[in-house]
Every structure is written in C-alpha cells, then in structure tokens.
Ligand binder design. Sequence first.
Ligand code: PMP
Length: 305
Amino acid sequence: MGKRYAYFEGCFVPIEEANINIQTNSFHYGTAIFEGIRAYWSEDKNQLFGLFFKEHYERMLANCKILNMKIVETADSLSEITVELLRKCEHRENVYIRPIVYFRNLQISPKLVDYDTEFAIYTVPLGDYLDTKKGLKVVTSSFRRINDSMIPARCKVAGAYVNSAFAKTEAIMAGADEAIMLNTDGTVAEGSAENLFIIRNGVAITTPSYSNILEGITRNAVIELLKDEFGMEVVERPILRSELYVADEAFFTGTGAQVAPIAEIDGRVIGDGKIGELTLKLQELYFGIVKGDVDKYSHWLTPIY
Ligand code: PMP
C-alpha cells in the first residue's frame, strides 16, 4: 500500500484531510447510506480484482432513493472513481472499500427533504472479517431485527446498524463470534452483517427479502453458485429458529464475511461440528473466483491495474 487517500467532496485527498464538520446532519440522525465492497489481491496474477462494483453501487443508489437522497453519480461513474482511488493508494493486498452518501447540511432536524447530499469513499486493508476456517460459534440475539415499517432492512443505512451493534455486542459478551437476529414473529432474519444459509436434506435454504434482511450481493452470488455449480435446489423462505439447530450445515455470506461456516448455534452443534462438506466446496470456489482463477466468473470482477 502506498499513501492513503479518500475521495471526499469531489476530490482525491490524503485520508487525514477527509473530515466532516461535527454539525453534519447525517452524523446526528444516522441518515447516511453506505456500502461495503471488497477487492482481492492475486499474487499469481499481480493484479487487484474489485468484486461486484456495479452491483454494490446499484444497491447504494437504490437505497438513496429510499432515503429520498439525490445523487448525480451513476453506478459506472462511482465504479470509475473507486478504481482511480485504489490505484492512487497502490493497494497490493486485500482491501475493503467504504463508500458513504450523507446529508452534508449543518442543520438540526431529522428529515429527508431540503438537504444536499455528499459522498465519500475510502479504503482500508482487510483480511477475514469473521474466521472462515474454524467454524463459528453463533448465538441468537435477544434484540429483534428492525422491520420494514421501522427502518427497512434492505436499506444499508447507518442508523440501522445500531440494531446490528446491539446483537453483535451481545454475542461478543456471551463469548460467541457472531449473532443471528430473529424477527419480532420469531422467524430468522440474518446475522449482524451477514446473510444466512442452512443446508438440510440436500436442500439449501435462505431467508427471503421479506424476512427483514439486507438483500446481500454475496447471497445472490452464492445462490447462483449453489444452483449452477452444485446442482442444488435453493429455497428462499422464512426459517424457524429450531430449524437452525437441526441443519446439516450452516454458513454466513457477506462481502466482509465471505463464506463463513457455522459450527454451533445456541450451544447446539451443527452437523458434526466440522465445516460442512458443501460449505467447504463452496468456500473454495468462492475464494478462487474472487482471486480471478475461474474464467467463467471473471465478469464479477473489475481488474484495477
Ligand atoms: N446483512 C447485513 C445486515 C449486512 O450488513 C451485510 C453486509 N453488507 C450483509 C447482509 C451481506 O451483504 P453483502 O453480501 O451485499 O455484503
């Protein structure tokens, strides 16, 4: 990595100069839309590969719509800025990219009208967010998932992550790696920053968009791989808590989490407590694809150099 830069107020600036005023409206009310994107460094290919740039920026723009935020950039122009930023930082390692759109006005009042938007992007080197090798210890949280009539979970809005932070903190304090959040009706939603899959009797099951989940880009990619590469049936339907305990395999998906196997939920061992056979195969394929080793999926990637 070279010197760190951010894209801030329309320019590339050293990261130390990318600071907002304490009065910034979105800082107070959590009304900022953000994304989490990864780029993977391949030593073999001497190349950095951005993963799903277009999909992430399309989701970000869709979420801006939910928050009534006007932004002139397109998914393509935002992708181009990201490529330029990564080049400027001379990253030669795995990187996490954090774009954020916010109301820049220095005014008090939680509302979604009459404000101007600004956006920023910065990058940070990142390895595993969750351990992908050991099989995670997971607990269901006593904090229930926000629902669409409160804060829409499909919207990656800063304020929604108070809900995630409560759940994740509860998990950490209980000595676990991650939390699964349930909906107010007791059905399963998702992890604090991941979507969830279980495998039972040879069928993959994941919670649907109406179960108050972020519509994960990795989730979509994994559904495609399970169907097309492993010939599996994938069912999107509400999952009950007790179904988690009797699953043969379980794993999280996410940009940060990647494909992260779950070994234990609420003290119940999943399968035989080792990384599931299918989870392992899926993980290997996913890590190959993101490093540019699988031609068939090279359209998922943006080479940076
Ligand atoms: N759910 C939540 C709450 C998240 O924060 C994330 C991470 N963005 C995900 C699911 C996974 O989404 P994606 O695969 O698009 O990163």
